[in-house]
Write a new protein. Structure first.
Length: 277
């Protein structure tokens, strides 16, 4: 992946993510009863496998498995319950399909169980700042990580500079525990620790996150910033999501995390063709 003058190579599972001119798709698989968009849809193994197969056929490059809703106002669940939700699904995906699997968790006990089950990437919405043992695990298992920007307050002095400073704290934790630089991607954290206006602003200035020198994942799928802008319910935010995915590609993001794989694949294939013509 070319970011500025650098080519980035990242191995996730058995796959190398190292081409220029391509935006990769992370397909969302929520095995939760209460996620804001698709809660309860894939809580059985059979339904989860059907959805996984569908996303792979539509062009997903990674499957992101989540066992706890992180929607605004969510109730935190215990480690054991989260493990019970995600581990059987990860095992079955790895058994049936040849595709990298990401575990969406910020808890080291869940992450360890997921890695033992075959997960290939740690997707941490707190960027190692909730549980530093996540960084220790990432180094021990030598797996890639996605470090997302997040905050439990909105006390920004200079918004974009503060976002980058917060992400640098996550990067410093990663370095402290020996996580390899080539195993790190960043996520600006749309929908987390930001106002509506700040969510729009971080998307408009994604190039500043890209310029930090790591691959960037953008996760906006069906989020409230889209719903508020378009005045649409969660099941009618596909076009808004596509607009943000295209913007992300233009700004230099290498990955997008989405529910609707097929249409994002098509939109990004067209965008990539234009950008690299």
């Amino acid at each position: 992946m070319k970011i500025g003058n650098k080519i980035f190579e990242m191995r996730i599972g058995s796959r190398d993510f190292a081409t220029t001119g391509h935006t990769y798709i992370m397909g969302i698989l929520n095995v939760t009863p209460d996620s804001f968009s698709d809660g309860g849809s894939y809580t059985s193994i059979d339904k989860a496998m059907e959805q996984t197969e569908k996303m792979i056929q539509q062009g997903a490059d990674i499957i992101d498995v989540g066992g706890e809703s992180t929607r605004p106002g969510h109730v935190q669940i215990g480690d054991e319950e989260e493990i019970k939700r995600v581990v059987p699904v990860i095992r079955e995906i790895k058994k049936k399909f040849d595709i990298p699997v990401s575990i969406d968790t910020y808890k080291s006990a869940v992450a360890k169980a997921a890695l033992e089950a075959g997960a290939d990437l740690l997707n941490d919405i707190w960027g190692f700042r909730y549980d530093e043992k996540m960084a220790e695990l990432a180094a021990e298992y030598d797996v890639p990580v996605c470090l997302m920007h997040n905050r439990d307050n909105l006390d920004y002095d200079d918004f974009m500079e503060d976002v980058k400073k917060d992400l640098q704290i996550s990067l410093d934790i990663a370095e402290k525990y020996g996580v390899k630089k080539e195993n790190i991607m960043l996520d600006p954290g749309v929908g987390f620790g930001k106002t509506y206006e700040q969510n729009l602003m971080v998307m408009n200035h994604l190039e500043e996150i890209v310029d930090m020198g790591y691959p960037v994942l953008l996760g906006t799928s069906r989020k409230s910033v889209i719903g508020l802008t378009l005045d649409l319910p969660v099941d009618e935010r596909e076009e808004g999501t596509l607009a943000t995915s295209v913007l992300g590609a233009i700004k230099g993001c290498q990955f997008v995390r989405v529910h609707d794989v097929e249409k994002n694949v098509r939109a990004l294939k067209m965008t990539d063709a234009i950008l690299h013509s």
